[in-house]
Design a binder for this molecule. Sequence first.
Ligand code: PHE
Length: 335
Amino acid sequence: MLKDDFKNLLKQVQADIKSNMTKDDWLALEKKYLGRKGELNKLMDSLKTLAVEEKREVGKLANAVKLELENFFHKQKSIFNPVDENKTFDLTLPGEKYNIGHLHPITQIQEELEEIFASMGFIVEDGPEVESEYYNFDALNIPAHHPARDMQDTFFTAEGNVLRTHTSSVQVRAMEKYGTPLRCIVPGKVFRNEATDASHDHTFYQLEGLMIDKNISITNLIAVMKELLRGIFKQEVTVRLRPGFFPFVEPGFELDIKCLICRGNGCSVCKQSGWLELLPCGLIHPNVLRAGGIDPAEWSGFAFGLGLTRLVMMRYGIEDIRLLFGNDLRFLKQF
Ligand code: PHE
């Protein structure tokens, strides 16, 4: 009778137990009875042949036997895996360290700058990276065929747009959007058709700044620049202005800072000159104000273009720009 066969299964298992069984022996024994093609399943298969009434009764017994066998083997196995069974949790052990990342050093410095400028009433503005020739050049007093276009080697798209060569492309956009008075910065990615070497890359980061109001002069420009440098370098910084040419400012300057490493005495970082070239700037050209719908007789302003990538390199003494864009964790983890 099938019913007896099920009952006998328990006795058979008992009879199969030998002394000094290893863990593998137990696993083999379990497989013999509970495996997919094991003794229990063989009997289960025969259940099908029974009449409905009988099937219900024997089925109940079959399940009870199955449960008993499972418990039995589970207990035996736990003797070999005591740790699993009695797993304890030691609250005092040091935790496992999560592998979380952090912001890229360029993003870190960008956020610092945003905070410094926000404290001076500047808004943070954004603009498209694929830009029209108009906003990147024409609106900035750089007409087509003018030699000044040669200053920036540009990527053009098939549709005749450009990958913006500087964040200055957002100057006139911001003027159109907000009008006067205006204080804004524009951090972002810019592109130039450059061969890559230690100090050049086709993609880098700038931070544009723009302030337009009544009676804005070079004095205001210098004051804001000094505040910016104090915020970033956490010390008083000496600056000097040299003339510099950019079609969208008049007058235009290169702003240098006294070398922070040697304090102006000359070292390898400043190439013995005592000064570091930091950012180009100037008073916004009347043509640019006009392009932005602003009357230059009534308003004036300054603009500057800070190289974020260069600033990070200067701050940490990074000698090769490729390190910053290499996605090498051994490098990035240091910041
Ligand atoms: N856009 C210029 C550049 O990328 C920098 C600049 C910005 C100069 C604002 C003057 C005023 O070279």
